[in-house]
Each structure stands twice: as structure tokens, then as C-alpha cells.
Design a protein. Structure first.
Lengths: 309, 271
């Protein structure tokens, strides 16, 4: 075994090793190297390249030219679409986040109240999470398509519609609903697991003291699972700011720009118009937004998250 | 009595929740004319079971399935091997700058994948790997989450188990492969599962890199049913059903592993 011999060699401490590789430095380097090469090449380098790109006007063909901050200036001042995109992204994120957390917390609490069969309900709500979002979005597109099931349903209630996805205000609602169905399962299982960890003695004691089910939820269980609730909220916010697949399938950002989000704009600018520099600038705006929203939540958590369980 | 009502009510919610799955299958086995007929029918007039097979001949679905499998399996294997090696170094080996490097690894978790898409594509393009399997697999095989996860798990393994082997003169690599890895199957299992499903469902990256129609993955291949002439809904739903089967199967048979791994997150969220 060549590999075995090789490691025996480097595992032995070398007498004149550099100070960085004292102790088990050489062995550690051998263990870390495959990962480090990948990370430098496919994580560190791309991040640096992305910053540099965002200050150029590279269009894939030809050579990039340094243009300073003009991509960013153009985004915020002359691009007619950008503010719409930014507003759509925030609108989607806030509505999706609020609905996702409320529904998943509700389902998790409801499931935890069951005497038997909890795991089957968990599996059912979790199923869409494990299926390709593209396929899920296509099923919902069939439901919402012009003359589809949803239109039929609304027609029977005497509400005439001609395709929710063709409507400037309703299209985003269809995207949100699809995303909720696709994504609510993870948080449902997460919160359900957290509720399972609340010691039953606490709830028992409260019951004996005469606390109602309502009080037990708001005053005992919710504060006790608040760290998990916070974790779920932060993670959901980060993913929803990057929404792409549903938009690509269901609306392609339309009608007009009414469902175009930052994620879709990056794809459009980068891989349809090949404006690599401009698309990179959008990507950094998205990153800044993610950081800002996460920081905001960390700041806000002091008001509602209890770690002293 | 109240219990029964409670179960039945949530049961109804669950059935309503499952409806889109039913609608997908129900539309996969009817004619395209019937899919768009008004008013919509819950069940097809004529069951066309042949659609499920016909979808396979309309587009090279076998090929798409295989492409998806190759990519998901390769990314999973590389991720697990690299994560075990790095995780072991972080958990057990003493070297300068270990804590700093670990912090750096954790820090990269905050970088949104969507942000890296453009530079990653340019790198793959530079390496002449566009429309190749290495081009789609390698850039997404080196996430830092796995290293962190494996480190956490390795730390929970008693160090005495290794010390005996060390005295007997076993190399670090031997210890990792024959002692640590067999004990770490729960963590390796959940890392494999979530990596595999993540890549099976991945859309944007293969869409960008795999430019040839023959190299499409299942999610990318599905979009090929949406043509200029309109959408072949019945075949599209047949393809969607096919693409969902592995995930649904895994979610059901591995429900305990999934619950435990998410419960681990729920527990860690509190720390």
C-alpha cells in the first residue's frame, strides 16, 4: 500500500521541521490538504474573484475593464429594474418568513399534542422538503396555470380569474404559496423536535398550578423553544433571500418584473446577458442584505430569545 | 373523544397537504387535452398509464436519471471523505492555528451559494470543464459544513479508544479508517443523506454547467418539456413524479435518521 507507507513517513516527527509544523503539523497538513485545495479553489478564490468582478464591466467575451464603483452606482441610480427587484425580494422574504414560521410552529405544536402517530404526520409535512423544488414548482404551476385547477375552483365560487401567474399582484402570492408548501416541513420537524425536548415535568407542574393550555404554550413552551425558533427564523430568512428555482419555473420574473428577485436578476444578468461584472455587483448587494437581516435578527433576539433554560 | 377529533382534524389537514402529489400523478396519466380541459376533473376520464413509459421515450429520461445519480453520488462520496479527513485533523491533531482555521471554516458557511455561481462558472470555464462531469461535481464537493459536523462528532468519541492503537504503532490514517469511521456511521449517514438529496434536487448549478441536452440532470431535463409550442403537461407530470420518487422513498424509510439529525439542530440552536 503506497498510501500507508506515505503516511507513516509524514506521521513521524521531523527533526528540523519548520516551527509551523511542530507537533503533528505535517500529519494535520496531510489530512487537511484535500479539503484546503478545494476550499481555496472553489470558495476563497471565487469570493475574491466576485469582489474584483463587481468592479469591472466584463461581458465574458473580451477582456475585463476596471470601472470602479460604477456598477453599484448604476444599480442604485439608473437601473430601472433594480428597485423593483429589491422590493420584490424583501416582500417575498418577509411574507414567506412570517407565514412559514407561523404555519410550521402551528403544525409542530399540533403534532406534539397527538397521543399517537406523531412520526407519520411529521413525515407527511416533511415530504416536499426532500423532493426537487423544480418538480414541486411545476406541479403548482399546473394548478395555477390559466384555465387550471385554481381557476376552475375560483370560477365555481364566481370569482373569474385568467391565470394567477399572469396577474401582476397575484403571481407573487402563488410563488409564496408554492414556497410555503415546499419548505414548511423542515421547520415543522425542527420545532416539533424542540417541543419534544421540553421537560414534561415543567408542563405537569404548571398544569397542577392551574395554568391553561394557552398559558402553558405562551409562557412555558414558547420561551423554552425560543432559541430553536430563532435558529429556524435566521436560516429560513437566509435561504428565502436567495429564492430562484420557483421563480425560474413559474413566472420567469414576470409578468413584467413583478416577481423578479435578486436571485433571478443574478441569473438573468450573468447567464442570459453575460454581464458578469454587473451580476457580481447584484450578488454583493444580496450578500449585504443577508448580513444586514441576520444582524438585525441577532440584535432583536435579546428581546424574545431565552437561553437560560 | 377529543383526542379522536384532534387526530381526525390534523388528518384532514394532512390529506389536503398531500393533494398536490395526487394532482401530479393524476395528471401524469391523462391525455394532454384532458389536462387543460375546463372544468378540471379530479380523476382522468381515460387512464393513460402508457404516459409514464412514453415520457421516457419523449426525452432521454434514463440518461437524465443516470446523470443526476452520478453527480449526487460523486459529490456525496467526495464530501464525506474530505469531511472525515478535515474533521479528524480539527478534532484530534494538534497544530498551529487550528482554532483560527476552524473559525475560518465556520465563517465560510455564511457565504450564500448563489453568490459564488458566477465566479465558479468562470473558473470551470477557464479549466475547460464546462459540460463535463468533473466540472459540475468538483466545485460543489468542498463545503466546510461537513468538516465541522464530523469534528463535532469525533470529539464525542472517547480518546482512550485511539490511544491503545497509537501505542500499538498504528498511523493516524489507519486509526481514522478502522476505528473512528466505523463508530461515526450516524454522522456519516446524515451527512451523506443531506448531501445526496441536496444535489439530487440541485437545479441552478447543473443548469449552468451542463450545457449539452444529453448531460442534463433530472430537474434540468424537466424544464425541456416547456417548449415554445407549449407545455406537454402529462409528460412533465410523469417526469416530475419520477424525479420525486427517490426523495420520497428516502424520507419515509430514513425518517428516524432525519428526525434525529434535525433534533440535533434543535438542541444546538439552544446553545
Amino acid at each position: 500500500m503506497m498510501l500507508g507507507k506515505h503516511t507513516d513517513l509524514i506521521a513521524r516527527p521531523r527533526p528540523r521541521s519548520h516551527k509551523w509544523f511542530r507537533g503533528e503539523g505535517w500529519t494535520a497538513l496531510f489530512f487537511l490538504l484535500p479539503g484546503l485545495i478545494g476550499i481555496v479553489l472553489f470558495l476563497v478564490l471565487p469570493i475574491l474573484a466576485s469582489i474584483v468582478l463587481s468592479f469591472t464591466n466584463w461581458q465574458l467575451l473580451g477582456s475585463p475593464r476596471f470601472v470602479g464603483i460604477s456598477n453599484y452606482v448604476r444599480l442604485f441610480t439608473t437601473d430601472p429594474q433594480f428597485w423593483t427587484v429589491l422590493r420584490n425580494t424583501l416582500f417575498f422574504t418577509v411574507e414567506y418568513l412570517v407565514l412559514n414560521i407561523i404555519i410550521s410552529l402551528g403544525l409542530a405544536t399540533w403534532i406534539s399534542s397527538l397521543k399517537f402517530g406523531q412520526r407519520w404526520f411529521r413525515v407527511i409535512f416533511f415530504l416536499p422538503t426532500f423532493t426537487p423544488l423544480i418538480a414541486v414548482a411545476m406541479v403548482w404551476m399546473l394548478i395555477f396555470t390559466s384555465g387550471g385547477l385554481f381557476d376552475s375552483l375560483m370560477a365555481s365560487l364566481s370569482v373569474p380569474l385568467a391565470g394567477v401567474l399572469n396577474d401582476r399582484t397575484l403571481a407573487m402570492q402563488a410563488v409564496v404559496l408554492t414556497s410555503i408548501w415546499a419548505g414548511v416541513g423542515y421547520n415543522t420537524v425542527l420545532f416539533n423536535a424542540a417541543l419534544d425536548m421540553v421537560p414534561s415535568t415543567y408542563l405537569e407542574a404548571a398544569r397542577i398550578d392551574g395554568a391553561t393550555a394557552w398559558d402553558r404554550f405562551w409562557k412555558i413552551r414558547l420561551p423554552l423553544i425560543s432559541p430553536t425558533l430563532f435558529f429556524g427564523t435566521v436560516m429560513t430568512a437566509i435561504t428565502s433571500l436567495q429564492v430562484f428555482d420557483q421563480i425560474y419555473v413559474m413566472t420567469k420574473g414576470g409578468p413584467g418584473s413583478s416577481t423578479a428577485t435578486l436571485g433571478y436578476a443574478i441569473y438573468q444578468r450573468g447567464f442570459q446577458n453575460f454581464q458578469m461584472g454587473y451580476a457580481s455587483a447584484i450578488a454583493w448587494v444580496m450578500f449585504a442584505l443577508i448580513m444586514a437581516l441576520t444582524a438585525l435578527q441577532f440584535w432583536f433576539q435579546r428581546k424574545w430569545v431565552h437561553y437560560d433554560a | 373523544m377529543l383526542d379522536i377529533i384532534n387526530h381526525a382534524a390534523l388528518g384532514l389537514v394532512a390529506i389536503a397537504f398531500l393533494f398536490p402529489f395526487f394532482w401530479m400523478v393524476s395528471n401524469a396519466v391523462r391525455s394532454n387535452a384532458e389536462v387543460t380541459a375546463i372544468p378540471a376533473r379530479i380523476l382522468p376520464n381515460v387512464f393513460e398509464w402508457g404516459n409514464l413509459a412514453a415520457a421516457w421515450t419523449q426525452l432521454p429520461f434514463g440518461r437524465f436519471f443516470l446523470n443526476s445519480a452520478i453527480i449526487a453520488v460523486c459529490v456525496t462520496v467526495i464530501t464525506v471523505v474530505v469531511s472525515c479527513l478535515s474533521g479528524y485533523a480539527f478534532a484530534r491533531l494538534k497544530f498551529r492555528g487550528r482554532e483560527t482555521l476552524l473559525l475560518g471554516y465556520i465563517g465560510t458557511l455564511m457565504v450564500p451559494p448563489l453568490m459564488l455561481i458566477i465566479p465558479l462558472f468562470l473558473i470551470v470555464n477557464k479549466l475547460n470543464l464546462v459540460n463535463t462531469f468533473p466540472g459540475v461535481i468538483l466545485p460543489i464537493s468542498f463545503g466546510t459544513f461537513g468538516a465541522f459536523l464530523m469534528r463535532q462528532f469525533f470529539l464525542s468519541i472517547p480518546i482512550e479508544l485511539e490511544e491503545a492503537a497509537r501505542i500499538d504503532g498504528a498511523s493516524r490514517l489507519r486509526i481514522l479508517v478502522s476505528i473512528i469511521v466505523p463508530l461515526s456511521m450516524p454522522a456519516i449517514g446524515l451527512l451523506s443523506l443531506f448531501t445526496f438529496i441536496g444535489q439530487w434536487n440541485n437545479f441552478l448549478w447543473p443548469l449552468i454547467v451542463m450545457t449539452g441536452a444529453d448531460n442534463a440532470t433530472l430537474p434540468v431535463g424537466l424544464t425541456l418539456f416547456q417548449t415554445q409550442q407549449g407545455t406537454q403537461w402529462n409528460y412533465l407530470m410523469a417526469g416530475a413524479t419520477l424525479s420525486m420518487l427517490p426523495g420520497i422513498f428516502l424520507a419515509i424509510i430514513l425518517q428516524k435518521l432525519i428526525y434525529n439529525s434535525i433534533a440535533l439542530n434543535a438542541g444546538m440552536g439552544g446553545r
